[in-house]
Design a protein around this ligand. Sequence first.
Ligand code: ZN
Length: 352
Amino acid sequence: MLSLSVACTDGLQDDAPELSPTWESFRANPPVRWEAFRDTTYREPFAPYRYIVDGDIPLLDEEQLRAHYDAWLEQEFRLSGAGGSELAVRRALNADVIWPAAQRNSLTYCVSNAFGTNKAALVAALGRATAAWTARAAVGFRYVPAQDATCTAANTNVLFSVEPVTATYFASAFFPDAARAQRRLLVTPAAFTTTAGGRDLEGIMQHETGHILGFRHEHIFITCTGNSETTTDARQVTSYDVNSVMHYPQCRPSQTGGYRQSALDELGATMLYGAPRTTECLFNWAQATYPTLFTPAATTAVSGNYVFRYYSGTNAYLGIDVTDQNVYYLPAGGALQSQGPKSALLTAANCN
Ligand SMILES: [Zn+2]
């Protein structure tokens, strides 16, 4: 899982000398012409009438839609077999778009009173969804109910606003580099009742807050029917993960499964933002409690399925296997020893 939106895109024009004239002929006779692409893309029925691509990704205007179309056309060209694979490497050298350290623990939001009778359920679902990310990475969302009465894109007392809309999608969000006017998590009435693809409101909120943390759709790395989304501005953080919370259920072979964070989602989020507070607290507690085993004090790293610390003084490891959520101790020259579930140790270490 977990790929990122990145700050700038590498246009195929950069590669034109080695790829033309095939690219020129492909572009001259594209699988879908720009005008048809534009005219068939869904637009929100309210100002500023944004285009919605790939289900829940808003684009502000025709200029952004054109850039999306151009990137899609480049991808189609590459998939046609004419392009090289070097582009993936170059994209990996771009800067990641994630929240800066000073902000990532205080991602504030309000929930509009205009949700009416649906508001309580949404507040609860958002609370669980954001807590699920906080349990997996060093990020923190904070609900500010005092701003609910004026919860619009004009409210600068919060980082983003959660607002009701009427549209054909379930919800739409934004990436970390969006301006305040675009930092809106929009939710339709259908999101509260849908079971399509195993979805539920909490899962939809996990997915949308994943976008807010900078994560792209997982299924862009496979062919998915009707999917025009491009990998041009994405960087894969972990290997492809069909169970990722960022993977559309309808793009899985099973067509279901809804939205829940996977083990690879947790590894990817930790790689990008650092280990969650609870994990750091647990490792710090272990160091303080067993100083002869875990010395000198170490920093947390990620490798394989493990979020761990390596202690050079004793040549020992202390880690958490995210696939089974157990804590493991590996002494020098010894065998891997399970210390039991992370949840139980968090309680023992007073780290909840
Ligand atoms: Zn999405």
